[in-house]
Design a protein around this ligand. Structure first.
Ligand code: FO1
Length: 308
């Protein structure tokens, strides 16, 4: 049994590779919900959907989020009404948000609705939101204004300095059903190559999760989302620096060292392996850029076998 801590695109690609190597039923993904947002009265869970669509073979390959072959007629009409259009919701994607919102309004928990959606999309990996409670990543940008994560990420194109990140609702949240058991019962816990600051940290913000992870440190393998000093996608490099860490595999090792025992870094960073190990983290060098499913599967194989 493998349990993976997952954010969006990088996690989805690694999980897509993993299902080539081990049966989907042997994998549980504990997914970030800090990116979730409410727009147009709809509950949108971008990371859950990115992982689900990717595993279903339905992801838009150009963007890494949303559905392939998407049309945008609702957004076009909304634009004519001068509604909110900075967050692009495709016509087919909207059905997912409608379904989720309706089920939540009926009193179903997010984890239950996620399992229903995953089943309808034919996804065999168990997808668990880290919590069923409302946990929202909030970002204080330069000048002191606090905004929601998607406003930072999409509306401002993460092109603004961040002073602080906090996880609203985290202190009152509890782990979703099965989350602690999945961490305790896994042979290996994999930390996907997701943003440490805004994808993995919200998972650790749920009380009970850090304790469960600390008890498994020897069996936790992370994949660096930083390759040759830069994030392949998104603002992980910039955010690490803004949080006082280096934008390098060494910075990632320092960030994760308290609860991760092994870090997989890219071949291009091989020279930094001793510096990673100086942070108290075992270092494994591999090809980590998942430009296709075969490369993702090869990386998954390394990650699964990387435990000390
Ligand atoms: N990302 C964008 O850069 N622009 C968008 O308009 C956008 C819309 C969107 C709609 C649904 C969804 O599930 C994801 C969407 N994303 C969009 C991606 C999302 O903002 C990010 O992938 C994550 O939240 C960061 O992991």
């Amino acid at each position: 049994m493998i349990t993976a801590l997952a954010g969006g695109v990088g996690a989805a690609r690694l999980l897509r590779g993993m299902v080539e190597v081990i049966p989907p039923g042997d994998i549980t993904a504990v997914v970030n919900v800090g990116d979730d947002t409410d727009l147009h009265g709809l509950h949108i869970s971008p990371d859950l959907d990115t992982v689900m669509y990717t595993l279903a073979g339905a992801i838009n390959p150009e963007t890494g989020w949303g559905l392939k072959g998407e049309t945008w007629r609702v957004m076009e009409s909304l634009g004519r009404l001068r509604g909110i259009t900075w967050f692009n919701l495709g016509d087919q994607d909207l059905a997912t948000h409608l379904y989720r919102t309706q089920r939540l309004s009926e009193g179903a928990a997010l984890g239950t609705v996620t399992a229903e959606l995953a089943e309808r999309f034919g996804v065999g990996v168990r997808l668990l939101p880290v919590t069923d409670d409302a946990l929202r990543t909030r970002v204080r940008v330069v000048g002191g204004t606090e905004i929601g994560f998607q406003e930072y990420f999409v509306k401002l194109r993460h092109d603004v300095a961040v002073e602080e990140v906090r996880f609203e609702g985290a202190a009152e949240s509890t782990p979703g059903p099965g989350v602690l058991e999945a961490i305790a019962g896994a042979s290996t816990v994999v930390v996907c190559p997701s943003n440490p600051v805004v994808s993995i940290d919200p998972v650790l913000a749920v009380p009970g999760v850090p304790e469960a992870l600390a008890a498994r440190r020897d069996d936790i393998v992370a994949v660096s989302p930083i390759v040759a000093g830069a994030a392949l996608k998104g603002p992980a490099d910039r955010l690490l620096v803004e949080m006082g860490f280096e934008s390098s595999v060494v910075g990632v090792a320092r960030w994760y060292a308290p609860w991760v025992s092994t870090l997989v870094i890219d071949e291009s960073d091989a020279a930094l392996a001793p510096a990673v190990e100086a942070e108290g983290v075992r270092c494994v060098v591999a090809a980590t850029v998942m430009s296709d499913v075969a490369r993702a599967a090869a990386l998954a194989e390394v990650v699964i076998g990387a435990r000390a």
